[in-house]
Design a binder for this molecule. Sequence first.
Ligand SMILES: [Zn+2]
Length: 306
Amino acid sequence: MAQTTPSTATSPQADAAQQAPGFYRYKVGDFEVTAVNDGFARRPLEGFVRNAELAQVQQAMQEAFLPGDALPITFTTLVLRRNGGGLTLIDTGNGDMGAPTSGHWMKNFRAAGFDPSQVETVVISHFHGDHINGLRLKDGTAVFPKAQVMVPAAEWAFWMDDARMNQAPEAMKGAFQGVRRVFGPIANDVKRYEADKEVVPGLTAIAAPGHTPGHTAYMLSSGSGKLMVMSDITNHPALFVRNPDWAAVFDMDADQARATRHKMLDMAATERAQVAFYHAPFPATGHIAKDGNRYRFVPVQWSPAV
Ligand SMILES: [Zn+2]
């Protein structure tokens, strides 16, 4: 009998072109935190920082050994689990709506040993597409059908206001429509949370407005373990932790975002707290060091043990 080669066989070269799955676990007290990567998108540098010359931005990129034409913006969500219980997600990635170099979240989530049916709670930091689109596929399917979805009350009030959507500039209408695409079918079930309150046990919301009106950061605490979840206080740390006065085009109220950024970075540096950023290089966690009027992001040392 003739032997056949299975058509699904992959060559060693193809395997060599793949990274190991993008998840990374660490402990915060009793919490097992799993950072799950959703790939990246390239953003041209031209016009990206509102209040800096392109040459200054290119200089900051060069100092961080990053490309001179476009910024690779990565996406990293967090999965929280305590004592083997159900899962809480903080943000969901791009789903199937993002750049072709994104959309790796589900593969990485499953590779970490998780299944969407285990997700009990999805906590959303703000309503930009790269944070919410993972909740619902393009075809309308709910990705975590059993989960309680929790959103900042201030964010909901802003984006779900029809009058505000109708008055919005044409360029912003898509963002309002995207919010309705994701949350419309579950509008009556979405739970809205207030700042400075515990969202789920151990996770407290911190109002961090500016990037969006209801943009929220968090403090995760358990025993002596603490993690400041910074959400989009900064975009890439090489630009905005180094230059906290710079304003990314995505910051809806640049002055408010700047004040929030200074306050949160200063708090992280003073308390020597571990931080997690949504848009820092994977695994997107580390510490903040003061450096004159600026700051430095110091990534954690990779550990083989959780
Ligand atoms: Zn974002």
